[in-house]
Design a binder for this molecule. Structure first.
Ligand SMILES: [Fe+2]
Ligand SMILES: [Fe+2]
Length: 399
């Protein structure tokens, strides 16, 4: 059994892995599972930092009891974030330890009451307050909208550990390794960016505010609520978050299209090949019907160029492309260069609505859109090649 893991001789990871749930928040595919991380600090006073999803309550409580036994009680439950993937076991903890003090801020307590009806033993903290556990002292930083209004972080001053809530979190279960130097970092960087772009991406400005607030701290370990614990390369991980929350991107292009019978897809192939001939190495082509939008958004968050194609579908955009563009507006994508193409069929609706999308999201369009009547022919192919050339030129100019 994968038990608790020591982070220091008094701080333990007591999280759980979830490989059963298909969709995180009932929305986002969990092809490789997810971890809900919770941490136990065993000092003169005992503190639990966040809890876990309700699905494996008995396993979770068993891990805690294995460390502190049945006689000792937990003194404090630090609630950095109230989303139920972290607060789902709160009621069970309160039932087991009825005198536990629940540490949060006024917004946390509103949610605790509204989610779970718990109105007692609230221990309110504000910016800069310190909770003294003995050798360990936790200092609190309010970090609203990373990723809900009540979110806060706790900085453990003795070992310089930041308990960061969802910030720096990742999809992906912890398959044995739990520290960043024990896992495949390529996998976790991809899953971390998918988590960031889909779950937190809308809140770039508040992530920036949080990073600024934490910038003076000496952080040696980051304990997030999902994914690996970062115990080295802290600067790298913080700089990734800085880059993502500023909507900064690398040279490369995501081409995503919706097609019923393959004609819009063929245009995507031409664009991709021409980009490659122009020297662009990072090119990702996605069929929006096949690949879940969360994976496409992950790559859109990485690359500067975004070329979207849609066939016409009952005078509208093809539904999976509509879904993706709605999501891009929702997360407020910035700082990208757009290209638009598609097919008109009998009444149009794909390209014309993509142009409305471009106006709404306020991103520059690299060339006039290319719209084939049905199957792309001479001029349409030339238009696709020209769009790719102009995109490559713009990317080079901005490199
Ligand atoms: Fe969350
Ligand atoms: Fe979470």
């Amino acid at each position: 059994m994968f038990n608790s893991v020591s982070i220091t001789d008094q701080i333990y990871w007591v999280g759980i892995n979830d490989r059963r749930t298909a969709l995180f928040e009932n929305l986002w595919p969990l092809d490789h599972g997810v971890a809900y991380n919770s941490y136990l600090i065993v000092d003169e006073k005992i503190a639990l930092v966040d809890t876990v999803d309700a699905g494996q309550t008995s396993e979770y409580l068993g891990k805690i009891k294995k460390i502190i036994g049945s006689d000792r009680k937990i003194d404090y439950l630090i609630v950095n974030h109230m989303e139920p993937d972290h607060s789902g076991t709160m009621q069970a903890i309160v039932e087991l330890y009825p005198d536990i003090k629940i540490v949060g801020n006024p917004k946390t307590f509103d949610m605790i009451q509204n989610f779970y009806g718990i109105t007692e033993n609230h221990y309110s903290v504000k910016e800069g307050d310190i909770l003294d556990l003995g050798q360990h002292k936790l200092k609190f930083y309010m970090t609203p909208m990373v990723h809900w209004p009540e979110t806060m972080m706790a900085y453990e001053e003795t070992n310089h550990i930041l308990f960061s809530g969802d910030a720096f979190g990742s999809f992906g279960a912890l398959d044995g390794g739990i520290f960043n130097d024990e896992v495949d970092m390529h996998f976790f960087e991809e899953e971390m960016r998918r988590y960031y772009s889909n779950i937190v991406g809308k809140y770039g400005a508040t992530v920036q505010a949080a990073l600024k607030k934490l910038s003076s701290l000496e952080i040696r370990t980051i304990c997030s609520t999902h994914g690996p614990i970062w115990r080295n390369d802290i600067a790298t991980i913080v700089s990734l978050y800085d880059q993502w929350s500023k909507y900064e991107a690398e040279e490369g292009v995501v081409i995503v299209y919706g097609t019923m019978y393959g004609n819009t897809g063929k245009m995507a192939e031409t664009i991709g090949r021409t980009l490659s001939e122009e020297g662009i190495k990072n090119i990702k082509i996605y069929d929006a019907s096949k690949t879940h939008a969360s994976f496409i958004l992950r790559d859109i968050w990485k690359y500067k160029g975004l070329i979207i194609g849609s066939c016409a579908y009952n005078t509208a955009m093809f539904p999976p492309v509509q879904n993706l563009t709605d999501k891009l507006i929702h997360v407020g994508l910035k700082n990208r260069i757009l290209g638009i193409f598609g097919t008109y069929s009998w009444n149009g609706g794909g390209v014309s609505n993509l142009m409305k999308f471009a106006e709404q999201i306020k991103l520059p369009v690299v060339t006039e859109p290319v719209e084939a009547k049905c199957a792309a022919c001479g001029n349409d192919i030339d238009g696709c090649m020209e769009m790719a050339k102009q995109m490559a030129k713009k990317l080079r100019e901005q490199a």
